[in-house]
Design a protein around this ligand. Structure first.
Ligand code: AMP
Length: 115
């Protein structure tokens, strides 16, 4: 079993709760963020439940690579003017869903440094 009981994003992977899925590969899924903070705001997640990046182990390297490649594919389709990938790791960094996810943000100028 890859899914984790009670995990919102595991339920999205299992299609137990609806989401706007844009793309997937063997190890990763991309879907639109329900509360977008930019014109394009997509989340890309590993299908394996990892609570955060700090829980990833060397054997997760392949899946993490697929997450980045799927983010790249989504961005190539929707974002011609540049984009940003963000991983919030831990509550102090703003993580609110404890299933590792990469935010793909673009479609407007993005300030630096982030807040
Ligand atoms: P973070 O704060 O980095 O943990 O990001 C969690 C993200 O998940 C937020 O941007 C939320 O808007 C998003 N989110 C929460 N619930 C859902 C959902 N059901 N479908 C899509 N995105 C969601």
């Amino acid at each position: 079993m890859i899914g984790r009981m009670g995990c919102l994003f595991c339920k999205i992977i299992a299609r137990e709760i609806p989401s706007e899925i844009l793309a997937e590969n063997e190890h990763a899924l991309a879907f639109r963020d329900i509360n977008p903070v930019a014109p394009t705001h997509v989340l890309v997640i590993p299908k394996k439940h990892l609570a955060g990046l700090s829980d990833a182990a060397p054997e997760d390297g392949g899946a993490l690579g697929e997450v980045l490649l799927l983010a790249r594919a989504v961005a190539a389709k929707e974002l011609s003017q540049g984009y940003r990938l963000v991983i919030n790791n831990g509550a102090d960094a703003g993580q609110s869903v404890f299933h590792l996810h990469v935010h793909v943000l673009g479609g407007r100028p993005l300030a630096w440094p982030p807040g």
